[in-house]
Design a protein around this ligand. Structure first.
Ligand code: FES
Ligand code: FES
Length: 161
């Protein structure tokens, strides 16, 4: 069957079975490899994307459920103000080790910051609990989320008329 998907504000038409996981569509059909395959079973968070603003597991999401949804991957979130703050914070605190889990970590962190401007440690623990990092970067991720929440991005001035 043909499905139309809205991913990072672009429309894609793909042919696949209704129960094909979104993660397979992103990586294997569309070549959008910024979303990572970890466990394929909803256990690690590597495949986290935003579906209508909510952090969701792409490996557990059949494409037939997201045809009317706005889907954002890491590439899409990095175009947003929240994504830019997180990218800066991740760089400032040198969060990344091997990097494999980090797209999913940033997607969960972005959903948290968009819901809660200044999250507490408990908010961070609750929101990030499903994202596993085998390199153990958890403390830096926590610090980077607090840091991102305090970043003020320079705003582009309107040209004088
Ligand atoms: S690949 Fe989806 S949760 Fe691990
Ligand atoms: S940075 Fe290596 S798995 Fe998280």
């Amino acid at each position: 069957m043909i499905y139309e998907l809205n991913i990072n504000k672009q429309t894609y038409q793909i042919e696949a079975d209704a129960d094909t996981p979104l993660l397979w569509v992103l990586r294997d059909i569309l070549g959008l490899t910024d979303t990572k395959f970890g466990c394929g079973a909803g256990l690690c968070g590597a495949c986290t994307v935003h579906i209508d603003g909510m952090a969701q597991r792409a490996c557990l999401t059949p494409i037939s459920e997201v045809t009317d949804a706005e889907i954002l991957t890491l590439a899409g979130i990095l175009e947003t103000e929240t994504g830019k703050k997180l990218q800066q914070a991740w760089n400032d605190l040198d969060v990344v080790q091997c990097g494999y889990c980090q797209p999913g970590q940033i997607m969960s962190a972005a959903a948290l910051l968009e819901e809660t401007g200044k999250p507490s440690d408990q908010d961070i623990s609750n929101s990030m609990a499903g994202n596993i990092c085998r390199c153990g970067t958890y403390d830096r991720i926590r610090q980077a989320i607090h840091h991102a929440a305090s970043i003020e991005l320079p705003h582009t001035m309107e040209p004088a008329k």
